[in-house]
Write a new protein. Structure first.
Length: 76
């Protein structure tokens, strides 16, 4: 059980780092991304810090805003 919790935390951290990469590649701040997908900046911050496990639909909204595919988030 502990192993799976650690693995989950590492995975969410990698996902968050990937969101940061894609966002900064576009030249956007967290606030810009939040505005583009009608979310709170704090929500984007939690995802980028690996503190939140976004739903599949949330990831789709982020991908649409960043003009990438959802699969691009998992290219790490």
């Amino acid at each position: 059980m502990i192993c799976s919790i650690v693995q989950k935390q590492k995975y969410l951290k990698k996902l968050g780092q990937r969101v940061v990469e894609l966002r900064t590649k576009k030249g956007w701040s967290q606030r810009d991304l939040a505005f583009a997908c009608d979310k709170e900046p704090q929500s984007i911050e939690r995802i980028e810090n690996g503190k939140s496990n976004p739903t599949a639909f949330y990831l789709k909204e982020l991908a649409d805003a960043l003009e990438v595919s959802v699969a691009d988030f998992f290219n790490f």
